[in-house]
Design a protein around this ligand. Structure first.
Ligand SMILES: Cc1ncc(COP(=O)(O)O)c(C=O)c1O
Length: 416
């Protein structure tokens, strides 16, 4: 298996005169790995998928039936582009529980939060505009920026997320031209590192966004999957205490990781001038998010089932994460260090001896375990020594066994 081959989706085909970013686009390196997932006995730490064993199937079936029985026409007809008013109300309440002060009118329902980011890029980024992104970063955000033609500039992170002092220095040294328009971050249980940005850094980031007039994009699909440690409010929740900051934060939420990605329900909260333009962009994207899905989501949220469900999935993810870390601590060679996240779905591992994680992946696949090599999360010069391990999908026993197999793959020729 050659990983380089996996990344190239297409070869240039001049007949169609594709738009520049689509001439030879890179597909998602992670999706390309999925062909191995179905192999018998494979334990996958590769996907950022929620566990299929943990869906609240009964609760969702009930919400779906209630939605359809109560109001089939609303479910079957087109709906408002900004989203169903009732779901927007439920999501505003959910944001209240996250300490964010907002009204239903502030919420735009999107077809997954991925669509929200795409809509935002359409309103802000013209080819050549500069966008900042933390690195390592969520690959589909990098991909969206690439396809928007952005000049992508990376921002340094450490084990706590964005290094805000380094960012301030980077911005101080910025030439007058090409000022960045936005900064994308996943500040809570980041994909891929699992890191959570401390409160003081969130506040510093807000001040920087206001001073420099940069839209701060907070992507928050994992924030409620905390299983240990002290909760930190979303950046958006802290914005009210920082003069002017509400004008510079765009927040994306999602039900994908906490309820089910198949619903394709996400939402955006943006300053009004941006929000209005995102709604116009959505009119040409999908007219509206599936009303059947929105009604299902609304009934599910209003039934109060989410609180209980969150407790159950966070508990399961905690056991899976602990099982993985226990096996790694016990069996992995000394040149491997790994993070211990307080929530979310990901452990980030590094090979301190400079070995290439792609080589380890080949040996891991032979042992029926998979992960995503870290290079997928870098914009230009990848750190080839890192690995993203998702503990969400396997059971606790599989997480332990998979980590044991991985440790065996890592032990092979552990000195470069
Ligand atoms: C950081 C991040 N943002 C957004 C998404 C996509 O979310 P949605 O299913 O709501 O489009 C993912 C999914 O993996 C993610 O990891």
């Amino acid at each position: 298996m050659r990983l380089e081959r996996l990344e190239r989706l297409d070869t240039p085909d001049e007949r169609y005169r594709f738009a520049a970013p689509f001439r030879a686009p890179q597909g998602s390196p992670i999706r390309e790995l999925f062909k191995y997932v179905g192999r018998p006995g494979m334990i996958s730490f590769a996907g950022g998928y929620p566990s299929k064993d943990l869906f609240d199937r009964e609760g969702l079936a009930h919400a779906l039936h209630t939605a359809y029985r109560n109001d089939p026409i609303t479910c079957l007809q087109y709906g408002d582009t900004a989203g169903s008013p009732l779901l927007r109300r439920s999501l505003a309440e959910l944001m209240g529980a996250r300490e964010v002060n907002c009204s239903p009118d502030d919420v735009i329902v999107t077809t997954g939060s991925q669509q929200g980011f795409d809509l935002l890029l359409r309103t802000l980024i013209a080819p050549g505009d500069t966008a900042l992104i933390e690195e390592p970063a969520y690959p589909a955000a990098i991909q969206a920026l690439r396809l928007a033609g952005a000049n992508i500039v990376t921002v340094r992170t450490d084990r706590d997320g964005i290094d805000v002092d380094a960012l301030a220095a980077q911005l101080d040294a910025w030439p007058q031209a090409g000022r960045p328009k936005l900064l994308y971050t996943v500040p809570t249980f980041a994909n891929p590192t699992g890191a959570t940005l401390p409160r003081a850094r969130r506040e510093a980031l807000l001040r920087l966004a206001v001073q420099r007039q940069i839209v701060l994009v907070e992507d928050d699909p994992y924030g409620e999957l905390r299983f240990t440690g002290t909760p930190v409010p979303p950046i958006l929740a802290l914005a009210d205490a920082c003069p002017g900051a509400r004008d510079w934060v765009v927040y994306f939420g999602s039900l994908s990781k906490i309820v089910a990605p198949g619903l394709r329900i996400g939402w955006a909260i943006a300053p009004a001038p941006i929000a209005r333009r995102m709604i116009v962009a959505k009119q040409t994207s999908d007219l509206c998010t599936s009303p059947l899905s929105q009604e299902t989501a609304r009934h599910y949220l209003d039934s109060g089932s989410l609180t209980l469900h969150l407790r159950s999935i966070a508990g399961a993810y905690r056991s899976r994460c602990e099982a993985m870390l226990k096996a790694l601590a016990h069996f992995a060679p000394d040149d491997v260090e790994f993070s211990a996240p307080e929530g979310g779905m990901f452990v980030w591992a590094r090979l301190t001896g400079g070995r290439d994680a792609a080589d380890v992946l080949k040996r891991a696949i032979e042992r029926n375990v998979m992960f995503v090599p870290g290079h997928a999360f870098y914009v230009r010069e990848p750190d080839r020594s890192s690995l993203r391990l998702s503990f969400a999908a396997p059971s606790e026993a599989e997480a332990f066994e998979g980590a044991r197999r991985l440790a065996s793959a890592l032990s092979y020729n552990s000195t470069p």
